[in-house]
Design a protein around this ligand. Structure first.
Ligand code: 0RA
Length: 638
């Protein structure tokens, strides 16, 4: 075989590879929706992060241009441009056209970063309408261009270069992505997170799409310590500085920062190789068992527990804890529904040992902090006992004997939970309409009065003492926290139906926070939904349309008035209560015509974050929330 033939054969493989990516993009980037779109940026940035972790790059610039193309620039060594020894093509071409070519340059490089799918930039290339790679290296500026993954300009020296670095510019392919609009918030959240996780790197995000360019620099010398301080920025903390320790054992790097605050929830975030492990895994298990053990050890030695004859539970030890754990593992195994659960069994013991050591030593040396934490955990234990008593009121006593269902609940007649749904409705009046309009065979209605309890700022005993919350728990039937058992859920769809105004948004946030904190499994299993009531009814004579957005209203209005004579009437729904039962059924509850949005864990995390900011002492976040919801305000308060 001649060299020419070899090269020919290679390029066919390349075409086939990238063809496969375009055929099934979801397999490589998860989806072609918003997540997948943003994943393109993360994939490119991850390569620059690796270069920074290798000690060569210090700065990464990410710019979103007006046409939603994105440029990522780093000041690393530059992707190699010389011929690969065995593949016989330039390294850069290999990286951009061969699937999984990321680590092929040098086998010893310890590539721990990488997007969730770790697929490499060739996937970004395949899914881009256009991609330009520019490398400054060896005094020269090199460039290669591609269209939908196919080379349109081979590697060329286009000038001289003073320094070194890599620039990747790409425009997502609209044939692949229905929406190519990048979100500032989504990009900023992830880039901020990466800057916290890789302390010292500067990541600069710039958006050129608005009237004036917007820019934010993410640079945190303190890494995870700054991350935890930032997470607790609106909280009252038990000790001024987060506890930090890091160590490496058996090739696994462990980095942890934690700080206790006065609240009652746990906020632990875990990462593996820069990937957020939403579903936890062995590293989290190791952390938790070490934490429980260490806190109990310290408690036993302290006065607080001298008289007490109980041990502190894991929940007690974690009350008010804010913690970030980042481990680096050479060959991570990701499991779980969303592949965000670490499976490597060896990591559990390693993390446990490092936390036992690190936290034990810290608390020995800082007895004051230890006392504050123990005091909090002991009071959590006492509250837990009170909560157990309160909980007995709301849970089923045994499998046979049902707890009394709340009086306000209009239950459905079918008994198979898989077929049943419950609407949690804002207000008694909308609740009344829903009761009349529903299909009573499979739809249950529970009206909720006013604002439910602020669950972010209340302890479990108080939460369970709240009437509205008790009704919800009893109606849903599967208990909370330690008593939670999803198999006992009486409905497989729990649908939140609130008014399309700021109050409604607030109540929805409260409810999501409640489910997130007390019954996260319901969200993980996809049982929680949000109803989408219409904003307008547009009608002429017998012809009527329901509009769910301002644009739809304009469109229907135009369609009806184009038709000829007669007046077009527009009714604006200020709240659910303004719809009669029949309208509510047709627009919001009939499975054949309604739209309901399934809530993801990310939505719930977002809700709880939002909630936290809304309830904090700062006025600014509240103003931002009102602004973000201004679309409803403007629709309703015309
Ligand atoms: C492999 C080897 C070398 C650099 C890189 C990869 C590299 C890749 C990317 C992707 C984005 N930015 C990057 N920067 C560097 C360097 C090999 C050498 O110089 O000896």
């Amino acid at each position: 075989m001649t060299k020419q033939d070899e090269y020919g054969a290679d390029s066919i493989t390349v075409l086939k590879g990238l063809e496969a990516v375009r055929k099934r993009p979801g397999m490589y980037i998860g989806s072609t929706g918003e997540n997948g779109l943003h994943h393109l940026v993360y994939e490119v940035v991850d390569n620059s992060i690796d270069e920074a972790l290798a000690g060569f790059a210090t700065r990464i610039d990410v710019t979103v241009h007006r046409d939603n193309s994105v440029t990522v620039v780093d000041d690393g060594r530059g992707i190699p441009v010389d011929l690969h020894p065995t593949e016989k093509i330039p390294g850069i071409e290999l990286a951009l056209t061969v699937l999984h070519a990321g680590g092929k340059f040098d086998k010893n490089s310890y590539k721990v970063s990488g997007g969730l799918h770790g697929v490499g930039v060739s996937v970004v290339n395949a899914l881009s309408e256009k991609l330009v790679a520019t490398v400054d290296r060896g005094g020269a500026r090199h460039q290669m261009t591609f269209v939908r993954g196919q080379t349109t300009q081979k590697l060329t020296v286009i000038g001289m270069a003073a320094g070194t670095g890599t620039t990747i510019s790409f425009k997502p392919d609209p044939l692949i992505f229905p929406v190519i609009e990048f979100s500032w918030n989504t990009l900023a959240d992830r880039l901020r997170q990466l800057a916290f996780l890789n302390g010292g790197i500067s990541i600069i995000l710039t958006d050129e799409r608005g009237d004036a360019p917007k820019s934010e620099t993410f640079h945190y010398k303190g890494g995870l310590v700054e991350f935890v301080s930032w997470l607790n920025r609106n909280k009252k903390v038990l000790h001024p500085k987060p506890v930090h320790f890091s160590a490496t054992r058996d090739d696994v790097d462990v980095d942890i920062a934690l700080q206790y605050e006065e609240g009652y929830n746990e906020n632990t975030f875990t990462f593996v190789n820069n990937i957020n492990t939403h579903e936890g895994g062995t590293h989290l298990t190791g952390l938790r068992s070490a934490l429980t053990r260490t806190i109990n050890d310290v408690a036993k030695k302290s006065n607080a527990m001298k008289k007490a004859d109980f041990t502190l539970s894991g929940d007690d030890a974690r009350e008010g804890l804010t913690c970030v754990l980042h481990v680096k593992v050479r060959e991570p195994q990701f499991e779980g529904q969303t592949k965000t659960k670490l499976g490597n069994s060896e990591v559990e013991g390693i993390v446990r040992a490092i936390v036992n050591d690190g936290l034990g030593t810290f608390l020995d040396e800082n007895p004051g902090v230890g006392r504050a934490i123990i005091e909090k955990a002991v009071s959590a234990a006492l509250a837990r006992e009170a909560a157990r008593k309160a909980r007995d009121l709301v849970r089923k006593k045994s499998g046979l004997e049902n707890a009394v269902l709340p009086g306000k609940l209009a239950d459905c007649s079918l008994e198979d939970p898989a077929m049943c749904e419950i609407y949690l409705v804002e207000g008694d009046s909308a609740g009344g309409s829903a009761k009349q309009g529903r299909d009573r065979s499979f739809q249950a209605i529970l009206p909720l009065r006013g604002k439910i309890l602020n669950v972010e700022r209340a302890r479990i005993d108080k939460i369970l003492g709240n009437e509205e919350i008790r009704s919800m728990i009893t109606a849903i039937g599967c208990g909370v926290r330690e008593d939670f058992n999803i198999a006992e859920a009486r409905y497989h769809k729990i649908i939140l139906m609130t008014d399309a105004d700021v109050d409604g948004a607030h109540i929805r946030t409260l409810l999501l926070t409640f489910f997130f904190r007390q019954m996260p499994e319901l969200i993980e299993s996809g049982y929680i939904y949000i109803a989408q009531p219409p904003l307008y009814r547009v009608a002429r004579g017998k012809e009527e349309y329901y509009a769910y957005t301002e644009e739809e209203r304009a469109e229907f209005s135009k369609r009806l008035s184009d038709g000829g004579k007669g007046n077009v009437g527009t009714q604006r729904y200020k709240g659910l209560g303004e719809m009669n039962p029949d309208q509510l059924w047709k627009t919001t509850m009939d499975p054949n015509t309604r739209t309901i949005l399934r809530v993801t864990l990310e939505d719930a995390v977002e809700a709880s974050k939002l909630f936290d900011e809304l309830m904090g002492d700062d006025v600014e976040p509240r103003r931002l929330f009102i602004e973000a919801n201004a679309k409803y305000v403007s629709v309703l308060d015309v």
